[in-house]
Design a protein around this ligand. Structure first.
Ligand SMILES: Nc1ncnc2c1ncn2[C@@H]1O[C@H](COP(=O)(O)OP(=O)(O)O)[C@@H](O)[C@H]1O
Ligand SMILES: O=C(CO)[C@@H](O)[C@@H](O)COP(=O)(O)O
Length: 564
């Protein structure tokens, strides 16, 4: 009898469930639910409480809605009985973190705190804790904290400790009221099993936890702020569960909510990028996976713990048990194409795209594909949402250089694509220069599937073949695989994630290969990019930070005027 597993992947804008056949990895049905509240970066749901610059929040009821609608929907579409679903796994963006009370209720859902911005889920791209991140990095460096090396020399403002510290600084009442701060991925899994178990992946990459050494010392936290001395015991937990293990089983209540059977195995929660690795069949070192969507994450396995400047982190067993898992990333990829299409493309382009039955990305891509490499005379820095790797600085901003009165939208669109490819090459070189081998490149995610030109450009810039995931929902497939592992072989699943990957991972049958002529021109362009990267990114010219300071001061002034 065929058995199935369900993977639920929570992205930036939407969540999706995929019903997958055990044994083949065939995706039988998919259901997507856009978040009702989307990303809240201007106002709270009350429509009145204004958020500061660089905030990005989510609403936890959106996560429950995803479960309630998409899981029954995939069963219905596929006409599969809940009796044949043996496991479920959850993956999420991260660090996406929320304060909860003793009952596990998010503080933003309580009457007392629902109008308080700090009670909501802070999404991975909430960048308003940069001041805390800067202080943390300074203090850690002065104290010679060894953990900094494992995070490329800097902790990002996107990670857990800066976010938590921002809450303590700006809203101590929320900090005090929170029984715990949890990753959204653990919270949703908790809603399924009734038991809060924190996963080793987010703890390792996002919360400075180490398998042997645990969290940073009390002295370190005290040096940040005396009120943080006991943060681990008071607001986190030292009970961390390895990815690839079982979190528990569906409770009666959860089973009823999502249309599965009570007792169905639930995997320990995971992260959207990391969970995609076995879903493309990577279970050994040297193979870099780019998960390309709103942002891009780069995940790679290694044998040893190496120090790589500017990487996000290296975590033992963080991706596939038995290996060091390396992560790096770019905070702005799809997001900056979206910004461009929404703000800089003339109406005539939209009209023409519509006439041709294309969306604006397809239309711009088609036009951009007709350009020769370097023909536009443009170069761009991909920092529209800060720089995650290798500079780890959310205060950096975008650059477009070389524009003239003749510059066309498709030329800028292509320059933005190329900038992200150069950003990836910078990351690849940082790994290689630090002794972490990369001999194959794989890609998955919305963009890997939707934009062939972009993948070709990446291949030309990296001068490497790129293999593409066969799944359009690779993280969800990965989560379904972890669901099957949680169920175990006895129930029709697998003993470990490698066995699941051997049978269920799939790649497309074509590979992007570098065009050597283009690669040569890209080498020249990349060396210009590298000079700009260092000039603006490493302190030689701090114009971006200075502009940001002026911007904050002036927007505060404008706000004061409104409230007077
Ligand atoms: N054809 C395309 N080419 C390049 N970018 C695209 C294209 N279509 C959509 N995008 C961008 O991809 C991003 C969505 O990626 P996706 O993988 O679907 O979502 P997520 O990152 O939330 O999982 C959006 O930022 C959008 O601007
Ligand atoms: O940072 C991570 C994973 O470590 C991602 O969750 C984050 O970049 C968001 O990913 P998406 O672009 O929404 O796929």
């Amino acid at each position: 009898m065929t058995k199935y597993s369900i993977g639920v992947d929570y992205g930036t804008q939407s969540g999706r469930a995929v019903l997958v056949e055990i044994g083949t990895g065939k995706e039988i049905a998919t259901s997507v639910k856009p978040y009702t509240h989307g990303v809240m970066d201007e106002y709270l749901p009350d429509g009145v409480t204004k958020l500061e610059n660089d905030w990005a929040l989510q609403h936890p009821t959106d996560y429950i809605e995803v479960l309630e609608t998409t899981v029954p929907d995939v069963l219905k579409q596929a006409n599969v009985s809940a009796d044949d679903v043996i496991g479920i796994g959850i993956d999420f963006t991260a660090c996406t973190v929320l304060p909860i009370n003793k009952n596990g209720t998010p503080l933003c859902l309580t009457e007392q705190y629902m109008n308080h911005p700090h009670s909501y889920v802070k999404l991975w791209k909430h960048h308003a804790a940069q001041d805390e991140a800067n202080s943390l990095n300074e203090i850690a460096e002065t104290r010679g904290e060894a953990f900094l090396q494992r995070y490329g020399g800097k902790i990002s403002s996107e990670w857990l400790v800066p976010k938590l510290w921002q809450i303590l600084n700006e809203a101590p009442e929320i900090y005090d009221a929170a029984d715990q701060f949890v990753e959204a991925t653990d919270w949703v899994t908790y809603q399924l099993t009734g038991d809060l178990k924190r996963n080793s992946c987010t703890a390792g990459y996002k919360a400075i936890w180490h398998k042997q050494e645990g969290y940073p010392s009390k002295e370190f936290f005290k040096a940040l702020d005396p009120r943080l001395e006991n943060v681990v015991e008071e607001k986190l937990s030292t009970n961390i569960y390895p990815i690839g293990s079982k979190a528990g089983e569906l409770t009666e209540k959860a089973a009823k909510m999502i249309g599965l059977n009570p007792g169905t195995a639930v995997a320990i929660a995971n992260v959207d990028a990391h969970v995609a690795v076995p879903a493309v069949g990577i279970t050994e070192p040297g193979k870099l996976l780019m998960i390309m969507g709103t942002s891009t994450c780069h995940i790679l396995l290694g044998e040893k713990e190496e120090v790589v400047p500017g990487m996000c982190g290296v975590v033992e067993d963080g991706v596939i048990p038995g290996f060091m898992g390396y992560e790096a990333g770019q905070s702005c990829v799809g997001d900056h194409f979206e910004w461009f299409t929404e703000n800089c493309v003339p109406a005539s382009y939209y009209e023409e795209a519509q006439e041709k039955g294309m969306n604006i990305h397809q239309f711009l891509t088609e036009k951009a594909a007709q350009l020769e490499v370097g023909e536009s005379g443009l170069i761009s820095l991909d920092w529209w949402n800060g720089n995650r790797s290798t500079l780890v600085d959310a205060d950096l901003t975008g650059v477009l250089l070389g524009a003239t009165l003749l510059t066309k939208p498709e030329e800028i669109y292509r320059a933005l694509i190329e900038a992200t490819a150069y950003g990836t090459r910078t990351i690849v070189e940082a790994f290689r220069n630090s002794g972490v081998l990369i001999h194959e490149v794989y890609a998955c995610g919305g963009i890997a599937e939707k934009n062939g030109l972009m993948m070709q450009i990446y291949s030309d810039v990296l001068k490497m073949d790129i293999k593409i995931s066969a799944s359009s929902q690779t993280p969800a497939l990965g989560s379904a695989m972890f669901g099957a592992v949680a169920a175990g072989k006895e129930r029709g699943g697998y003993d470990d994630i490698k066995d699941a990957a051997n049978e269920m991972a799939r790649l497309k049958d074509y590979v992007y290969q570098p065009n050597h002529e283009n690669s040569q021109v890209y080498d020249q362009l990349f060396s210009e990019y590298a000079r700009l990267y260092d000039y603006f990114g490493r302190g030689e010219n701090n114009v971006m930070k200075n502009l940001k300071k002026i911007k904050h001061a002036q927007s505060n002034k404008a706000k004061e005027k409104i409230t007077q």
